[in-house]
Design a protein around this ligand. Structure first.
Ligand SMILES: Cc1ncc(COP(=O)(O)O)c(C=O)c1O
Length: 441
């Protein structure tokens, strides 16, 4: 039986929709491409967002414990004002001189290790990864790419071809090799680094044996689609040495963990005490405004840039930069990383407390404000675990709390609130989760 790659979704006929939502779903289906999916068994319909909350047309307030794009909260006033102000004054592309672009570029690279001194702007995380791959292939002269077993790196043709998460209908490129993550396969912390290094070395050897020169190892620094694997801190570093030993580069996909979500530092790779050759950014960079970037080692970005012209119509335009600058201002002045660390610690404690008394929450992983909670035990079949996860996510939806699932079997709760989340929101979430778990006993 093939696995439903997106179990947390609306399926026609499974629930009876309210007339207003039924009519809207029908109109959507008649006009939108069939590749869209709606989250939740009973889809949610929103008209407004503010801070940690989203509101439906009847004024019902949903607690958002899922969205990492409006990382500083929905409709964050500083970002809204910056976008409105800049839109009313000037919006040009980066081929004209503009102080804001350079100011922001300087501030952004200052948050990276010194060796990563160049930035190129993009519009999405997929475009960032696409460009990172082009740079890696250009400077190494290779083609081979190593990814984790259930990685997701985006929607462009090149990014989809390195995204096993998209399922077997979307083929991986012949130059792609996948590696197993230690945590997913029950490897002890003390053996994790050696296990992962040997996985990566095996993949490098296999590429070379097939006449494919390795270009890059790319990893989401928090392994979000693999099921959220943060520990043991540092387990990546040996593997990256092996990648560099054969002349390939390490791309850190920071689209999920970047901009402070992990609490400890701005960037997820820092947890592994490694410095990437290239980092790709997206999602929270503009708090909802589409803006992304590639930040890389000077020599790599310059070598590529001298040969290849790269700019596009919208990337790095003045309004995008205004949004991104406002995001950095808030992160710098509002103690956002401290909050992710502090509130994240209470959230983790609470999840572990539940896990101790209820073995259906079998393992909790993560750091800052990004957690994966595995559902089910060895006594459950894979199907039962996936089904149970779906019940929890939809039970929470009925309690007006948003989360979703992740992992190869979609049996890990993905808990990833905006990073302005406070203790009161943690309490609301935990109480709702306990009610749902009680209900589906
Ligand atoms: C790790 C990772 N990389 C890249 C992307 C692609 O970003 P975008 O949807 O902005 O193209 C995503 C999106 O979910 C992601 O999770």
């Amino acid at each position: 039986m093939s696995i439903d790659l997106m179990p947390n979704r609306f399926i026609h006929g499974e629930v009876t929709l309210a007339p207003r939502e039924a009519a809207l779903v029908n109109r959507r289906d008649a006009v939108l491409g069939a590749s869209y999916r709606l989250n939740y068994r009973n889809p949610v319909h929103f008209v407004r967002g503010e801070g940690m909350y989203l509101y439906d047309p009847d004024g019902v307030r949903y607690l958002d414990f899922y969205n990492n794009v409006p990382s500083l909260g929905h409709s964050r006033p500083e970002v809204v004002e910056a976008v409105a102000r800049q839109s009313s004054m000037l919006n040009i592309n980066p081929r004209y001189l503009d102080t804001h672009l350079v100011d922001y570029a300087e501030r952004l690279v200052a948050t990276f290790p010194k060796s990563m001194g160049r930035v190129v702007f993009t519009c999405t995380g997929s475009e960032s990864n696409d460009l990172a791959l082009r740079m890696a292939r250009f400077v190494t002269g290779g083609d081979g790419v190593i990814v984790t077993e259930y990685a997701y790196h985006g929607t462009s043709a090149a990014a989809a071809a390195i995204s096993p998460n998209l399922g077997s209908a979307i083929p991986l490129g012949p130059y792609v090799r996948t590696v197993r993550l230690p945590g997913v396969h029950g490897i002890s912390d003390s053996d994790s680094a050696a296990f992962f290094r040997s996985e990566v070395e095996g993949a490098l050897a296999d590429l070379i044996r097939h006449g494919i020169k390795p270009a890059a190892f790319i990893a989401d620094s928090i392994f979000s689609s693999d099921g959220v694997y943060t520990d043991p801190a540092g387990f990546l570093s040996g593997a990256i040495k092996s990648v560099r030993n054969v002349g390939a580069v390490y791309i850190a996909d920071e689209v999920q963990p970047g901009f402070g979500r992990m609490g400890e530092t701005m960037w997820g790779f820092a947890r592994h005490n490694v410095i990437p050759d290239i980092a790709s950014l997206g999602k929270p960079m503009g708090n909802g405004y589409p803006v992304g970037a590639v930040v890389g080692r000077d020599a790599i970005v310059d070598e590529f840039g001298k040969a290849a012209r790269y700019s596009n119509t919208f990337a790095g335009n003045t309004v995008a930069i205004a949004a991104a600058s406002a995001v950095l201002d808030v992160i710098e002045h509002d103690g956002i990383l401290d909050n992710a660390r502090r509130t994240g610690a209470s959230l983790l404690n609470e999840l572990r407390r539940i896990s101790k008394k209820d073995n259906r929450l079998s393992e909790v992983r993560g750091t800052g404000l990004f957690y994966g909670a595995s559902i089910g035990t060895d006594e459950h079949t894979k199907d039962e675990r996936r089904q149970l996860s779906r019940e929890v996510v939809n039970g929470l939806r009925d309690e007006a709390v948003l989360i979703s699932t992740t992992g190869a079997n979609e049996d890990v709760l993905k808990i990833r609130p905006p990073i302005i989340c406070g203790d009161e929101h943690v309490t609301m979430f935990i109480e709702a989760l306990e009610r749902v778990l009680d209900r589906i006993k």
